[in-house]
Design a protein around this ligand. Structure first.
Ligand code: TA6
Length: 303
């Protein structure tokens, strides 16, 4: 079961030579602050949701809305939400929450470690058989997620999903990362040229990407069969996204009108965020046999 006892968490998991402290965050939700010689990070225990990652000398790589609300059971606008065990709308039950339930439940901290190379590692776990009845009613299939975050000059995310049940598991998932960009109109995403995508803004029409991605209006796309690395080319810096175990790449910016309706994105928020998500979605969802696992891995590098 996920502990929210801060004294207990600090006693068990604080590290001698790296700063790592559990605190009460907004809305009373526990978070952990981490600092090492390379970077700082803030991670909420609800959703194992990374809120900030600042490598030395950089602005935050992760965008978090100034209008985000923090409450138990509510998703947060910004950061790195984990969409799991389905992506987007549930395939048959429209009343089920979008993007699954992993982002709105507390995850259990299993381990922290100061690595020899100076990076800090933290391990979270979510065991669906320990979740409340409401969630188990939506997802009766015993499933285990283990999420390892390695934080330094590079950020590495690794999510291992294990099927603990006796029938095949269909998994949709994403690191729904909100990247902080200085000016959306001058931002380019490269690496997906010539790839097919489903355009959610035109009823999931299938289209082909011509040239780098630019964002001058609402963009909501699932690029299919894309194991490729992508680069977000911001005027100030380049963010390289490398991934494994991910066949879809989602690119999303709601633009002004949709953002205004959402309410928690802030007035000018859409100008400074871009979601580029390492995912397995729609046609690329993963089948995991009983007793087997799947690993989704992404690394973010700045230059
Ligand atoms: O990943 C893109 C997307 O699925 C969009 O369609 C958009 O609605 C976004 O995620 C945000 O979803 P949320 O449930 O966090 O409001």
């Amino acid at each position: 079961m996920a502990s929210t006892d801060l004294d207990d968490l600090n006693k068990k998991f604080s590290l001698d030579n790296h700063y790592l402290k559990f605190k009460a965050g907004e809305g009373g939700i526990p978070l952990v602050e981490i600092e090492n010689e390379f970077a700082t990070a803030v991670i909420s225990l609800q959703g194992a949701h990374i809120m900030s990652w600042i490598p030395g000398g950089e602005e935050d790589v992760i965008w978090l809305s100034a209008n985000a609300t923090f409450a138990m059971g509510k998703s947060v606008r910004g950061g790195i939400p984990i969409c799991w065990p389905w992506f987007g709308a549930h395939e048959s039950k429209t009343r089920f929450p979008a993007h699954g339930f992993a982002r709105t439940v507390l995850w259990t901290v299993k381990q922290t470690q100061a690595l020899e190379n100076g990076e800090t590692q933290i391990l979270f776990q979510l065991d669906t058989s320990e979740l409340d009845e409401k969630i188990q009613a939506m997802w009766p299939q015993a499933t285990l997620a283990v999420y390892k975050i390695t934080m330094g000059k590079i950020l590495t995310l690794e999510l291992v999903t294990s099927n603990m049940s006796s029938k095949a598991l269909m998994l949709g998932q994403a690191f729904h990362t909100y990247f902080n960009v200085s000016d959306i109109e001058q931002t380019r995403v490269t690496g997906l040229e010539g790839k097919d995508y489903l355009d959610k803004t035109t009823g999931f029409e299938r289209k082909t990407q011509a040239g780098p991605i630019t964002v001058m209006q609402e963009v909501d796309r699932v690029y299919l069969q894309t194991a490729d690395d992508v680069v977000i080319d911001d005027v100030k810096r380049k963010i390289k996204i490398e991934k494994e175990g991910s066949l879809s790449t989602v690119v999303w910016n709601p633009w002004q009108e949709v953002a205004d309706k959402m309410g928690d994105l802030g007035k000018e928020g859409y100008r400074h965020m871009l979601c580029v998500e390492s995912a397995n979605a729609v046609e690329d969802i993963i089948t995991i046999a009983p007793g087997e696992s799947h690993t989704l891995r992404a690394t973010y590098t700045i230059n």
